[in-house]
Design a protein around this ligand. Structure first.
Ligand code: MG
Length: 225
């Protein structure tokens, strides 16, 4: 049988959205200021602050101080603005939280058994999420089911393109060298199912929450590996 790639969204698919919004985001928010001030000489933090200054300067025509950068980053969390330097910084803060054991990456109870079946059948697993690759590796590396990263062959974030655009899925097809029809994409968002199917992938819609549109096959309909 042809080897297949099982590609998973995270939020609402492998992982409860509440974990992201009620655990991860508040943790980053609570610890952001002290983390930045404590790690001002860390090259990654220096770069994040520089990038923040550039964005603020472009949008508001002034160069912010470090305290104003912190304020701006906190404001971006509050307004759920998915912007490069903030995502990088959140990743660094979550890194500390996971390693301290302050929380573990949430996975729905059906995820690990499904991953086991995929691997036992000789197939591969990939992740495509709007969270950074770094954040993805943390969720699966410090998950409620232990370290699942050895099971995962590919990680993609929005550097490959937006999740509702067919072109992004075409880019993933090209990057992984799989034929479109040998990739099966799982997501809870109809527009993502649609975009992946436009790129030729097989797709299943997760129904972790009530959905308005239910046009794709559900994961409950899933047959075979
Ligand atoms: Mg999702």
């Amino acid at each position: 049988m042809t080897k297949k790639l099982y590609l998973f969204d995270i939020e609402g698919t492998t992982t409860d959205i509440d974990f992201v919004h009620k655990v991860l985001f508040p943790y980053a928010q609570t610890n952001l200021s002290s983390f930045v001030l404590k790690n001002q000489t860390n090259p990654s933090v220096i770069k994040i602050i520089e990038d923040t200054k550039v964005i603020v300067h472009t949008e508001e025509a002034f160069t912010p101080s470090i305290d104003q950068c912190i304020e701006k980053l906190l404001f971006w969390i509050k307004t759920d603005r998915k912007i490069g330097p903030l995502k990088e910084l959140q990743g660094l803060i979550w890194d500390v939280g996971y390693k301290n054991g302050d929380f573990k990456g949430h996975l729905y109870s059906d995820v690990k058994p499904f991953f086991d079946r995929i691997k036992e059948a000789g197939n591969e697993i990939g992740i495509y999420s709007s969270g950074s690759v770094h954040a993805q590796k943390l969720i699966f590396g410090y998950s409620v089911n232990g370290d699942l990263t050895p099971m995962i062959s590919y990680y993609f974030d929005t550097k490959i393109g937006g999740k509702r655009e067919a072109q992004s899925y075409k880019n993933i097809i090209e990057a992984t060298k799989y034929k479109a029809e040998d990739i099966i994409f799982f997501s809870d968002i109809y527009e993502e199912n649609l975009a992946s199917s436009q790129a030729g992938m097989k797709t299943y819609q997760l129904l972790r929450y009530p959905q308005e549109k239910r046009e794709f096959e559900m994961i409950g309909d899933f047959e075979g590996l």
